[in-house]
Design a protein around this ligand. Sequence first.
Ligand code: SF4
Length: 473
Amino acid sequence: MECISVFDMLKIGVGPSSSHTLGPWRAAERWIKELKTANKFDKVETISVDLYGSLSLTGKGHATDYAVMLGLSGANPETIPTADIDKTVAAIKNTKTLLFNGEKSLVFNTETDIVFNRKFLPFHSNGMTFTAIINGRKSKSTFYSIGGGFVVKEERTNHKRNFEIKCTFPYPIDKGTELLQFCKNLNLPISQVVLENEKSIRSEEDIDSELQRIWDTMLECMYIGCHTEGNLPGGLNVRRRAYDIHQNLKGERPYNNPVEWIYSIRDTEVKFRQIIKWVSCFALAVNEVNAALGRVVTAPTNGSAGVIPAVLMYYLVIENHDGNFEDIKRFLLVAGEIGSIFKKGATISAAMGGCQAEIGVSSAMAAGALTELLGGTPEQVLVAAEIAMEHHLGLTCDPIGGLVQIPCIERNAMGAIKAINAAELALDTNPENVKVPLDKVVNTMWETAKDMHSKYKETSEGGLAVGVYLTDC
Ligand code: SF4
C-alpha cells in the first residue's frame, strides 16, 4: 500500500506549476543524487535534458526550463529567494555556463541543451530524460512528474501505484471506507487518525512546526498577493485583481504584517456578498503569486494552490474569530488525507486527468477539512469532499498560452466557493442517505480522466487555449 504523508500533499515551493516546475526541479535533484551515489558526478563532461509530452507542450509557459536549470544548479525550491530566480536563469543563458549542483562549471546552452520533444513517453505525459556525457559515453536517466511535485522513476504498472514508497503507517488508508473504519474503531475524528499516522514517522513537535511553516507560507502568499499590483509576467498582460478587490474590501484598522492583517479583517463588518469577494480575493492572491513564480504551498498542486488557503482563511476571519493553530493543524491534516485518497485512487496530475485532478481535488480537500472544523462527523467530512468533487467531474485543463493564468487563477476562486458550499450541504446531510460515496466519485474521476481527450490534459491544444487567441488578450 502506498503511504502518503500530509507533507507529501502540502509542499512549499515556487510557482507556477507543481508538475511542470516543482516536479522537474525535484527530478533534477534526484538525478544529481543518483550520479553522486554512483560516483559519476565528478566525471560528468556535459549535460542535457529532453522534455516530453505535456512538459514539452506547456513547459515554456509553465517555466519547466527554469525549473530544470535551477534544479541542475542545486537551488532548493523551498528556500531560494524568489527574487533571485530570474537573475540565476539569465546568468545561465547569457554565459552559456551552468554551475552543476553549485559545484562544477559546465558548458550549457539553453537553446540546445533543453530539448522540447512533442512526443509522449508511454508511462506518463510528463516525462523527462537527463543525459550526461561521461568519458565520452552517454548516461541517461528518465523521470516522470506525476502531479503535485511527485516524481517517479519506474513505471507504475496500473498507473496508480508508486512502488518506491513503503507504507509504515499504523492506520494505512487507501480509501474513504478504510478511513471511516479507523475513525469508528478508534473513536477519533479524521484529523486525529491522520495525526497518529504522522506521529509514526516524526515527533508531534516536528509535525506542529512543519504545519505552522506551511500555514505561514500560505498566509504570506495571500498577503503578498493582496498587496501587489500590476500585470503578471508571461505576455498575456493579465492584470492582478486581488490587489484591487482587497483595496475595496479592507477596513480601517491598520496592520503591518500578515498576522495583524487577520485581526484587521476580523474587525471589518463583512456582509454576504463581501464574504464571496473575500474568499475569491484570497484565492486569486495566491494564484497570482504562483503565476509570478512566487513562493506558494503546493496543495495538492500549484495551479490549485489558492483553494485551501482561501477556505482556511475564510474559517479564521469569517467563521471563527477564535480560530487558532489547533484548528489550522486539524484543517491541514484532514485536507492532506483527502488529497492522498484521490492521488491513490485516481490522480492529482492535470496531464493525466485535466483540471478535475487539480481544482477538483483541492476543492474536495478544503470542503472536507472545513466540515470537520465546523463540527461535522467523519462521515459528513467525506460527504463534503464527495460533493465538491462531484461538481468538478470532467473539468478540463486548457490554459491559454500554456501559462498558469487563464483559466487557472479564477478557477481557484470557484473551487474555494464550491468547497464552502459543499461543506454547508454536507453538514445538513444524513450520510446514510447519500447515494454517491467518496470512493465512487474517486473512481469516477479516474474513469473520466482516462476517457478525456489528451488535448484537454495540460497540452494547451484544446478548449480555451485554442478558442482564445493570444492577440485577444
Ligand atoms: S486549467 Fe486547471 S489543471 Fe490546467 S493548469 Fe490551470 S489550474 Fe492547472
